[in-house]
Design a protein around this ligand. Structure first.
Ligand code: NAD
Ligand code: TYD
Length: 358
């Protein structure tokens, strides 16, 4: 098959591309605009492979997308391109509206035109797989055991999650109204190698190694359900290639943890894996700094992933303890990747974020 992966230079998209090239004989076309979050070095292990192709393009550019679809002739679209960071959506939402909503709309329209002209045989195979987030459901109460299921009502809190919720609605409307064969997945917080340093886990590892403060928003008691990125990539390919048309699957790691415990866990691992500390640091844990809370901060996310387990046989392989250890070790071993992605734009944004948050 020919598979388009949008956002394939990002954190999850690059794991999906690496997974497909390593485990199947399919061809992959990565469409990516290479924003601050996109980095082709995350694909260095596949870039020489003749089944991997790259198109440097914006998904909002309709004529470019039409050309790409007509040239590559995809059987499956796995749509991951997005603006993905909640804090950036709070300080500037325009790119989130543009890429996450207009970009998804553009791809749906291009895919619809393309699908209508396919042969009956090709139509049976074709899928538009939209990758979304559990943040569309809003949050769950702290201290309860409630979980998000596929039919939980949408109630997004941030500009990011509202833009993803909008795109999910568009995708379902294109299925119901036009018969475009779609599937949707909503997953919890991912972690693992190649995660952009602005997110909690890589930020904590990298700041600790530099002897910088480890910022915890509010009281740090918010809960996230952590999913190892390679488990997610495997689930996504399974859904794209085997799920029933029109279905939605929630994907989670069964790893509910408070933010403060995640940060302390990283500090403990670093004591063991990076014992030579920066000047002035006695214990990594002393770097923890409680800062102003995120506006609209969701308290708790937790996924019921029983549908994907029941229907497609997927279950996560990684438990948090082993996944976090691998992740910390990966950042210790890949400082060059880190230096490449920590561009001037990123440094400026982080500096401003710290000023506003302190
Ligand atoms: P990311 O920010 O690491 O990567 C996004 C990629 O999309 C980048 O390579 C970027 O260059 C590209 N991109 C952005 N705008 C584009 C545009 N207009 N045209 C083409 N490419 C563009 O994001 P991620 O963490 O890999 O997330 C991937 C998808 O998974 C997103 O749709 C996100 O909403 C969803 N998701 C992420 C998480 C998570 O924990 N990271 C959890 C649930 C869902
Ligand atoms: P993040 O990695 O930004 O993912 P998301 O907002 O999509 O869940 O944040 C994970 C959690 O960690 C979230 O509750 C916000 C919190 N957080 C901090 O406490 N400090 C930080 O510096 C960051 C980036 C996040």
């Amino acid at each position: 098959m020919n598979i388009i992966v949008t956002g394939g230079a990002g954190f999850i998209g690059s794991a999906v591309v690496r997974h497909i090239i390593a485990n199947t004989s399919h061809n992959v076309l990565n469409i990516d605009k290479l924003t601050y979050a996109g980095n082709l070095e995350s694909l260095s292990s596949v870039s020489e492979n003749s089944r991997y192709h790259f198109s440097h393009n914006d998904i909002c550019n309709k004529s470019a997308m039409e050309e790409v679809f007509n040239d590559f002739k995809p059987d499956i679209i796995m749509h991951l391109a997005a603006e993905s960071h909640v804090d950036r959506s709070i300080t500037g939402s325009a790119d989130f509206i543009e890429t996450n909503i207009i970009g998804t709309y553009t791809l749906l329209e291009v895919a619809r035109q393309y699908y209508m002209e396919l042969s009956d045989h090709k139509k049976i195979i074709f899928r538009f797989h939209h990758i979304s987030t559990d943040e569309v459901y809003g949050d769950l109460e702290e201290g309860t055991s409630n979980l998000f299921i596929e039919t939980t009502a949408y109630n997004p809190s941030s500009p990011y999650s509202a833009s993803k919720a909008s795109s999910d609605h568009l995708v379902r409307a294109w299925y119901r109204t036009y018969g475009l064969p779609i599937v949707i997945t909503n997953c919890s917080n991912n972690y693992g190698p190649y995660h952009f340093p602005e997110k909690l886990i890589p930020l904590t590892i990298l700041n600790a190694l530099k002897g910088k403060p480890l910022p915890i928003y509010g009281n740090g008691l918010q809960v996230r359900d952590w999913l190892y990125v390679e488990d997610h990539a495997r689930a996504l390919f399974l859904v794209a290639s085997e799920a029933e048309i029109g279905e939605t699957y929630n994907i989670g790691g069964h790893n509910e943890l408070k933010n403060v415990d995640v940060v302390k866990g990283i500090c403990n691992l670093l004591e063991e894996l990076a014992p030579h500390k920066p000047d002035g640091v006695v214990n990594y844990i002393d770097l923890i700094t409680y800062v102003k809370d995120r506006p609209g901060h969701d308290l708790r996310y937790a996924i019921d992933a029983s549908k994907i387990h029941r229907e497609l046989g997927w279950t996560p392989n990684e438990i948090f303890e082993t996944g976090l250890r691998k992740t910390v070790q990966w950042y210790l071993d890949n400082q060059e990747w880190v230096e490449n992605v920590e561009t001037g734009e990123y440094q400026n944004w982080m500096q401003k974020q710290y000023q506003d948050n302190s």
